[in-house]
Design a protein around this ligand. Structure first.
Ligand SMILES: Cc1ncc(COP(=O)(O)O)c(C=O)c1O
Length: 447
């Protein structure tokens, strides 16, 4: 195949082992995307679909943003790569400053990674390095949460709480990790925003601290809103209580904002939206509007200082033995800077906040549909849960296929449809998403 029609049907689908995919079925009936512009995608059959999940929560600014592609292209012409160890280039420092202006006060030291998984892995290592720097090297345990998703490296897999992701790899997971229960209670079905009940689920952290010794726990990592298991919104007061328990035991709190970061809740970060400040924030996805991989860990200044100050290494030796070949590469940084410009110029977070009630109302209007057993959401993210049929995941995937045929694209996770529109959506686009979801879900119910 020539490079000019590379995005059309390839000659062979056999060689590419696709990630998180039912490869056998996909290859019998592929869904290939050939073009993306604004809020729309086109597939290999020429069908136009509305993108209801911003890719994988990646492109809130819409597809094909000229400002971003031009910035990346210009950067590649000028400086395509420079090694990031003991060398650097101006752009990565500029982007760090821009990011630190938007993170909560005091969380202003920026470590670049390649993606969300490596951001989480890095946060885990920084937690250990910080405690060691403070002379507290016995803290080795981490606490995650059931139904949490933090990526697919060994550390990130271990702190995550999705059974299918861990069972094959149980023998190689990180030792010393405990999980709190998830916060999704039966009475949270069809609740808009934060549920009133369930704050007591935070006491699981206290219980783990009592059972394993709070002084042995390095950090607790949670998504402020669990995204990959279908938008599980924290009960009122829950995050604040988690913060209090962490403080009581000297446990670091990591908010994984790979999904909730960069405006998804209507504030730059969920930490600001829920007024709870963690010690580290991980981010990825929308940092570059999804066009070039980049992950980030934003770290409290005092933690950075502690690690640097404790180092007795000779000149030229890193204070933290950690980093990636692609940490803050020029093309990703150029995309990140262009994204920051658009955030500011288009007042994107307020735009997301203003559209949120309209989107949430639209989503909840699907409540009357047969087979829909729960709807929940916050800001510009939501989950529509379908009744389980035979086995978990079957009805979710079948509904996804009906919706795809109806012209709306998203991802299902188990039996929940993940809906996360782009922030550039106008009301007419939200209407189109909801209308097409209604058609797809109804067609599934009739099938
Ligand atoms: C909260 C969260 N953390 C981490 C990750 C992993 O990110 P990546 O796939 O970029 O490694 C994801 C991916 O969806 C995520 O949702």
């Amino acid at each position: 195949m020539s490079s000019s029609n590379r995005t059309n049907i390839p000659n062979s689908l056999n060689e590419h082992w696709m990630p998180f995919t039912d490869n056998k079925n996909f290859k019998k009936n592929p869904r290939l995307i050939t073009d993306a512009k604004g809020v729309y995608l086109t597939n290999h059959q020429g069908k136009k679909m509305i993108d209801a999940s911003s890719g994988l929560f990646c492109n809130p600014l819409g597809h094909g943003r000229k400002e971003i592609t031009e910035a990346v292209s210009k950067q590649l012409d000028k400086l395509d790569y420079c090694q990031p160890f003991n060398q650097g280039y101006g752009g990565s420092f500029e982007l760090a400053t821009r990011i630190a202006k938007k993170t909560p006060e005091g969380i202003n030291r920026i470590f670049y990674t390649i993606c969300g998984s490596t951001a989480v892995e890095t946060a885990i290592k920084i937690a250990i390095a910080y405690h060691r720097a403070k002379g507290d090297s016995k803290r080795f345990r981490f606490v995650g949460r059931e139904r949490g998703y933090h990526g697919m490296n060994i550390g990130a897999t271990t702190v995550g709480g999705m059974i299918n992701n861990v069972k094959t790899f149980a023998s190689v997971l990180m030792p010393g990790v405990q999980h709190m229960r998830h916060t999704h209670l039966p009475e949270h079905k069809f609740v808009k925003g934060q549920p009133d009940t369930g704050v007591e689920m935070a006491e699981d952290l206290e219980r783990i601290a009592m059972n394993f010794g709070g002084e042995n726990i390095a950090a607790c990592i949670i998504e402020p809103i669990a995204g990959s298991t279908g938008t599980l919104v924290p009960p009122k007061g829950y995050l604040k209580r988690i913060r209090e328990i962490c403080d009581k035991h000297g446990i670091l709190l990591i908010f994984d904002e790979v999904i909730t970061g960069w405006g998804r809740t209507g504030s730059a970060f969920a930490s600001q939206e829920f007024e709870v400040t963690p010690d580290m924030i991980t981010m990825a996805k929308a940092t570059t509007n999804g066009v070039i991989p980049m992950g980030v860990v934003a770290v409290k200044e005092e933690m950075y200082d502690a690690v640097l100050d404790s180092s007795k290494n000779p000149e030229g030796t890193p204070e933290l033995f950690h980093g990636y070949t692609y940490s803050g590469i020029p093309a990703a940084v150029a995309a990140g800077l262009a994204v920051q410009d658009i955030f500011d110029k288009e007042d994107i977070f307020n735009r997301a906040k203003d559209m949120s009630p309209y989107f949430q109302d639209g989503l909840h209007s699907l409540k009357d549909l047969k087979e829909v057993v729960s709807i929940r959401g916050y800001g510009m993210m939501g989950g529509v849960e379908m009744r389980m049929k035979d086995k978990p995941g079957k009805s979710g995937f079948q509904t996804f296929k009906h919706c795809y045929d109806a012209g709306v694209n998203f991802k299902n996770t188990g039996d929940t449809l993940i809906i996360a529109p782009q922030f550039i959506c106008e009301k007419k686009h939200i209407d189109e998403i909801i209308e097409k979801l209604r058609t797809g879900i109804s067609n599934y119910s009739k099938s």
